[in-house]
Design a protein around this ligand. Structure first.
Ligand code: PAF
Length: 275
C-alpha cells in the first residue's frame, strides 16, 4: 500500500495507479462502514485510494474537532488489510494554504437539517471534498448513506461544478442491534450505548407505518415522542424528498426519513428509505 503525505508523493503514487481510480475520503477512526466503502470500490475492479484528513472547516467552534478520534496507525493497518492501494494523508497546511481564498457556497439539499443546525458544516465538507477530488482525481468516489444529506450535497456539487467523478452511495453498516456505525459511537457511555438503537427502531417503525398509509405528520410526531420518552432529544425526524431533501407530507417514490437526536454528549444521525 502506497502512503503519500505530500502533493509530490501523491502525484507520483497517483501516476502509478491508472485512470479508473476508486476513492474513499475519510476522517480516519475507521470502522466496518468505511471498510465496506473500500470493498465496494474494489468490487468495481479499479485500484482504490483512501484519504484520512480530519477537516477543521467542517467543525463548528463548539464542536469536537480536537476530540475527534485520531487512530492513524490502526487505520493504516485496516486499509492495508482491506487491500487499499494508496492512502493520502495531507496536513492542514497542504489543504488550506494561507493564500487560499475559495470556499464552496451551497444551497438546495445543504439548507435544512444538519445544514441548519451546523452552519458552515457542509461548506467545509464540500470544499474539502472538491480539493480531495482535485488532488486524487478519482473516476468514482464512495460515500456511506449513514450521512445521507452529505451524499446528496456532494452529488449536487459534483453535478453543478461538472466534476468528472461518479458518486456512489453505499448502504449504512449497522451493529447487530441496529445502531448505525459511526466513529463517534466510541464516546457513548455504556448506558447511552444501550439506548442508542432506539433511533433506528423508531425509523423502522415510522417507515413501515408511512408505507402502510398511516398519517405522516402523526407518525413523525409519535416517533419524536417515543424518542423523548427514551431520553433521546430529537433535533429532527422528518420525511423528505430523497434528492431535494425538502420535507414532504405525502409518500412519494424514493422518500426518506432523516433523523438526528442528542444522546448525552453525542448526536446520533440516521435515516431510512420509505417504500
Ligand atoms: O464523511 C466524512 O468522513 C467527511 O465528512 C468527509 C467526506 C471525509 C469530508 O471531510
Amino acid at each position: 500500500m502506497l502512503i503519500a503525505r505530500t502533493i509530490k508523493d501523491l502525484n507520483t503514487a497517483r501516476a502509478s495507479l491508472g485512470a479508473a481510480l476508486g476513492f474513499v475520503p475519510t476522517m480516519g477512526a475507521l470502522h466496518e462502514g468505511h471498510l465496506a466503502l473500500i470493498e465496494a470500490a474494489k468490487a468495481n475492479g479499479a485500484r482504490v485510494a483512501a484519504s484520512i484528513f480530519v477537516n477543521p472547516t467542517q467543525f463548528g467552534p463548539s464542536e469536537d474537532f480536537t476530540r475527534y478520534p485520531r487512530t492513524e496507525a490502526a487505520d493504516l493497518e485496516k486499509l492495508a488489510a482491506a487491500g487499499c492501494h494508496l492512502v493520502w494523508l495531507p496536513d492542514v497546511a497542504t489543504m488550506y494554504p494561507p493564500e487560499g481564498a475559495t470556499t464552496i457556497t451551497l444551497s438546495g439539499p445543504a439548507t435544512r437539517w444538519e445544514g441548519a443546525i451546523r452552519p458552515g458544516h457542509f461548506a467545509g465538507v464540500a470544499t474539502v471534498v472538491a480539493k480531495l477530488f482535485g488532488q486524487v482525481r478519482p473516476a468514482r468516489a464512495y460515500f456511506g448513506e449513514k450521512d445521507f444529506q452529505q451524499v446528496q450535497v456532494i452529488t449536487r456539487m459534483v453535478a453543478d461544478l461538472c466534476l468528472p467523478v461518479k458518486i456512489v452511495a453505499i448502504p449504512t453498516i449497522r451493529e447487530p442491534d441496529g445502531l448505525a456505525l459511526s466513529s463517534r459511537n466510541r464516546f457513548l457511555s455504556q448506558q447511552d450505548r444501550a439506548l442508542a438503537p432506539i433511533l433506528y427502531a423508531n425509523l423502522r417503525t415510522a417507515a413501515a407505518s408511512i408505507a402502510a398509509g398511516k398519517d405522516v405528520t402523526k407518525t413523525l410526531e409519535d416517533a419524536c415522542n417515543n424518542l423523548t420518552a427514551s431520553n433521546l432529544s430529537p433535533d429532527y425526524f422528518n420525511l423528505v424528498d430523497a434528492t431535494s431533501l425538502e420535507p414532504i407530507t405525502n409518500l412519494t417514490a424514493g422518500a426518506r426519513i432523516l433523523a438526528a437526536a442528542k444522546l448525552g454528549p453525542i448526536r446520533l444521525l440516521d435515516n431510512i428509505a420509505v417504500s
